[in-house]
Write a protein that binds this ligand. Structure first.
Ligand SMILES: Nc1ncnc2c1ncn2[C@@H]1O[C@H](COP(=O)(O)OP(=O)(O)OP(=O)(O)O)[C@@H](O)[C@H]1O
Ligand SMILES: [Mg+2]
Length: 318
């Protein structure tokens, strides 16, 4: 197994609670909150641990909530490199209304992060020389410039690690410009890179090929929610449809999918197997309620279905 390093520039404690009914102006009685450490790269590390492998997670953490965040993470059992920030780690709120079974997600912007702090993060990445895969996932905290990806890409090159990025907006554009091995946009994020709306499979194929030509990235895995995913490189075009499942919550599906892709690549599997395993992990995550990531037994079952059914996975070259 190759060594995987994940980087989370804007982690969060996800605080979940239940409320009978969301009513404005009224005091609402919530259930005891459940706390979870979250943020793109952290979720990828947690999902890979569930799949049976270790990773190392570099993440920013500060203040009382940052200490609580690290305490929550230590029970997960993977290696941690926290980078201290002066401002406190953010807390996001997830409220489920029992009467409608609807989930409301309140995301906070994250702490202002100083230049010295994000440079410390880059120094930790540069110092982790054993990584074969570097996975940067999630948003950038306020104060972190989007052109940080130029430096991230240089570090990955220097350390001979393959850089994998899952982010959105200007940060994604900058990452694709700087040089990445693989990106995992959803349809909206691929649209940001292509500069237009992308909806159909044919539009994905054209847009991803254009992005590969115009930007500096080798492989694009576009996730399409219930329609699975499409992997496109210079000479591969692979579509993977997920098997039918009972969907409980799609929260965290993208992170589980990315975990599956990286886990598979780190085991020297082909890109075809990696995207098939990624879809198995993403879809497995949707079978669980709330923010829960994929369960290994569900992943194994879905992966076997995907591998055995040629109708749900089509491979074309060029
Ligand atoms: N409704 C669904 N039914 C089956 N599988 C799903 C569904 N939604 C998501 N998935 C699985 O999860 C993968 C990633 O989902 P999606 O395209 O929604 O990612 P995302 O938009 O990046 O998600 P996130 O909100 O976690 O960032 C899909 O490729 C698919 O395998
Ligand atoms: Mg996503």
């Amino acid at each position: 197994m190759s060594s995987i390093l994940t980087i989370t520039f804007n982690p969060a404690i996800d605080k979940s609670t239940l409320v009978p009914e969301l009513i404005a102006e009224k005091k609402l009685n919530c259930s005891s909150p459940v706390y979870e450490a979250g943020g793109g790269g952290i979720n990828v590390s947690r999902a890979i641990k569930r799949l049976g492998e270790n990773t190392t997670a570099i993440y920013m953490a500060g203040g009382y909530t940052g200490r609580a965040f690290t305490r929550l993470l230590t029970r997960e059992g993977f290696d941690l490199i926290p980078i201290k920030t002066k401002e406190s780690t953010r807390e996001n709120l997830v409220v489920k209304e029992i009467s409608t079974q609807k989930q409301y997600r309140f995301g906070m912007p994250g702490p202002e992060t100083s230049k010295r702090e994000w440079q410390n993060c880059l120094a930790a990445m540069a110092g982790f020389k054993q990584a074969n895969f570097m996975v940067v996932s999630g948003s950038l905290a306020p104060g972190i410039p989007t052109d940080i990806f130029a430096e991230v890409s240089r570090i990955a090159n220097k350390n001979k690690a393959k850089l994998i990025v899952d982010t959105s907006g200007e940060a994604l554009i900058q990452a694709a410009k700087a040089g990445v091995y693989l990106i995992k946009p959803n349809l909206r994020e691929l649209g940001t890179l292509a500069g237009r709306e992308v909806l159909t499979l044919e539009q994905v194929r054209i847009a991803a090929r254009e992005v590969i030509k115009r930007f500096n990235c080798e492989v694009i895995v576009t996730s399409m929610g219930p329609k699975g995913a499409v992997l496109i490189s210079k000479d591969l075009f692979i579509t993977v449809l997920p098997p039918d499942v009972v969907v409980q919550s799609t929260v965290g599906a993208g992170d589980s999918m990315l975990a599956g892709i990286v886990h598979s690549l780190a085991l020297n599997k082909s890109l075809t197997e990696a995207v098939q395993y990624g879809v198995a992990c993403g879809t497995a995550a949707t079978m669980n309620p709330g923010t829960e990531l994929c369960h290994p037994a569900d992943v194994a079952h879905l992966y076997a279905l995907i591998r055995s059914s040629s109708s749900i996975s089509a491979i074309h070259t060029k």
